[in-house]
Design a protein around this ligand. Sequence first.
Ligand SMILES: NC(=O)c1ccc[n+]([C@@H]2O[C@H](COP(=O)([O-])OP(=O)(O)OC[C@H]3O[C@@H](n4cnc5c(N)ncnc54)[C@H](O)[C@@H]3O)[C@@H](O)[C@H]2O)c1
Length: 337
Amino acid sequence: MKILVTGGAGFIGCNFVYYMLDKHTDYKIVCLDSLTYAGNLRSLEKAMENPNFKFIKGSISDKELVNKVFEEEQFDIVVNFAAESHVDRSIENPFIFLETNVMGTACLLDASKKYGVKRFHQVSTDEVYGDLPLDRPDLFFTEDLPLTASSPYSASKASADLLTLAFHRTYGLPVTVSRCSNNYGPYQFPEKLIPLMIVRAQENQSLPVYGQGLNVRDWLYVDDHCKAIDMIIHNGKVGEVYNVGGHNEKRNIDVVKTILSQLGKPEELITYVKDRAGHDLRYAIDPTKISDELGWHPETAFDDGMKKTIQWYLDNTAWTDEIKSGEYAEYSKRIYG
Ligand SMILES: NC(=O)c1ccc[n+]([C@@H]2O[C@H](COP(=O)([O-])OP(=O)(O)OC[C@H]3O[C@@H](n4cnc5c(N)ncnc54)[C@H](O)[C@@H]3O)[C@@H](O)[C@H]2O)c1
């Protein structure tokens, strides 16, 4: 079995590479990643030592390159993680989000059709459902809800979902889509809430919290997401969408306070800043379908996952220091030109 993992130098992609190399020791994994600011070859250092792993630098939007790679490698399965993924950046500049998240996905779908890929899996997000009100804890995102994205990021991801499903309906391409809640764990770029707060708290810097920090996110440890994707690509029904989430809703402010308490830092570091434009209030996934059909259940409790995550950042300050100083860009240039 040969799998193309796009965006494998990013947070979830690299965790997925390690999960798959470990779980399926006879699979070949090829990673295609253009190494944007969010992609870091250091994260794949250990995978590079595995003869079953290969890294190719390139963009999923580069049609010629994508076709060449598909022709040479003859993939059985494609798992598309590659994306511009930060909502704040999409508010500043939506266009790169359309280029990568929509046009890039289109290039991959087209090549998957042309080269007879047996499964194309689109890694999507719960953000395509828009948000839920804070005062209706009885409401959850189910797969049949209409897509009502709020940010340019989520609108681009919703477009990619629709395109993926259209390739199934129109051309019969065997696709699946997963829509997951917020992930946390090792190797997450320190612009996202949890690593941002860990890294800043370690240095006794102020911790910027949007609005009053009351927005609710449904947190899932990254390995549980990887396990769900592994189950879907092997046993999920073609043409179907699966929601992935662990019923683990937390207010942002409570997540930040957990980090401070685990690091032994004072809550005075918290600074409330002007709210994000269009800020979604609450995300909450109903994972009944994937649990019933595929037997998926999250295995990592939030407290344990947070302890592991914080410890990883404490043990890997060189990784974050490099990102902060921009040295990792030099590193990839040195290795791949
Ligand atoms: N992080 C979350 O909480 C979360 C939750 C649900 C879904 N998702 C989805 O999972 C996927 C991965 O998210 P992440 O948090 O790991 O993102 P990330 O930003 O950490 O990583 C994205 C990776 O994609 C690569 N990339 C960007 N543009 C590319 C292009 N044109 N061609 C090839 N590679 C390119 C980057 O270099 C990087 O390695 C995304 O599709 C995201 O929408 C993320």
